[in-house]
Design a protein around this ligand. Sequence first.
Ligand SMILES: Cc1cc2nc3c(=O)[nH]c(=O)nc-3n(C[C@H](O)[C@H](O)[C@H](O)COP(=O)(O)OP(=O)(O)OC[C@H]3O[C@@H](n4cnc5c(N)ncnc54)[C@H](O)[C@@H]3O)c2cc1C
Ligand code: SF4
Length: 330
Amino acid sequence: MRPFSYARAAGAGAAIAAVRERADAAFLAGGTTEVDLVRQNVLRPGLLVDINDLPLAGIEDLPGGGLRVGALARMSDVARSPGVRARFPVISQALLLGASAQLRNMASMGGNLCQRVRCSYFRDTASPCNKRDPGSGCAALDGFNRGHAVLGTSDKCIATHPSDVAVALVALDAVVHTRGPAGERAIAVDDFFLLPGDTPEREHPLEHGELITAIEVPAAPVARRSVYLKFRDRESYEFALASVAAAVRIEDGAVTEVRLALGGVGTKPWRARRAEASLLGQPATEASFAEAARGELAAATPRPLNAFKVELAQRAIVRALTTLTDGGAR
Ligand SMILES: Cc1cc2nc3c(=O)[nH]c(=O)nc-3n(C[C@H](O)[C@H](O)[C@H](O)COP(=O)(O)OP(=O)(O)OC[C@H]3O[C@@H](n4cnc5c(N)ncnc54)[C@H](O)[C@@H]3O)c2cc1C
Ligand code: SF4
């Protein structure tokens, strides 16, 4: 592990300035991603700027029905907030199905959105990895890629985005608020996660030293009836092979509003817009759910080891929608 300096920031402006000053500086929140990667020599920051003293841990139910969560709010606090559980159960469930109780007590919401991929080649500094070392190649393309993505891939990177709660936030059109050298800005969460394309090393549109301050979720009455399902190799302490965030409103037996997003299968948290569009106005039946799921996964580019994810994701969508519609009329 390369030695690094550590500073505790007194205010947001000071934190931003400290990171801006050095190209090899980074923010430190709960440290559950950052410290792991520093220990493994994957990241070699020269300076870590601890932001835990900043007043960014609030969880606020907004009057119109929305939610504002500070970037330093801990995953466990957000998951058990009464407002989140009542208005956005999908967020609470996604958080509780992630990591472990100890990690959720440490891990912040801003850090969760910025966590790095779990691709084993990214963490193995002896392997080529375009994300860690741009231009070096991608060991996963012809390697052990059972857990890798089938949607949004490129010939440079096929790693899945690991966050669970980001999937729920993408389904709910959340907005990421930041403060940086150019002032404050608001980024739609779907635009916050970049596809790998030719530049997999660039995962977010954040500038160096741009600080996430809050995540805002607009009011969504449909989310009161929402669910997060996660399918993985073992029941705890494991990342998703496929997951679904879903919310749906049914009137007179037909789908009138629906939100769907997938985790574990995309290089970014995957808003299933094609499935949403095909469901609108359709009868709430297992047959229409299955057809919508097939349509969404039609764009998949599986490899022999992860081809099973195509069917798993389709089944996950059907299961989530039938769960929300009391089994769906058959
Ligand atoms: C064993 C294990 C299992 C896990 N399982 C899951 C899981 O099942 N599901 C899941 O979703 N996650 C899982 N995680 C990931 C975990 O949720 C993240 O590590 C955590 O959310 C990161 O938050 P943090 O506060 O610790 O971030 P840190 O480690 O402090 O920071 C992570 C990154 O975010 C940057 N950063 C932090 N805060 C800000 C900010 N406000 N603005 C800009 N940049 C910032 C840091 O510079 C760093 O690059 C797991 C982690 C581990 C170690
Ligand atoms: S899939 Fe992405 S993270 Fe994994 S080795 Fe390839 S470039 Fe690196």
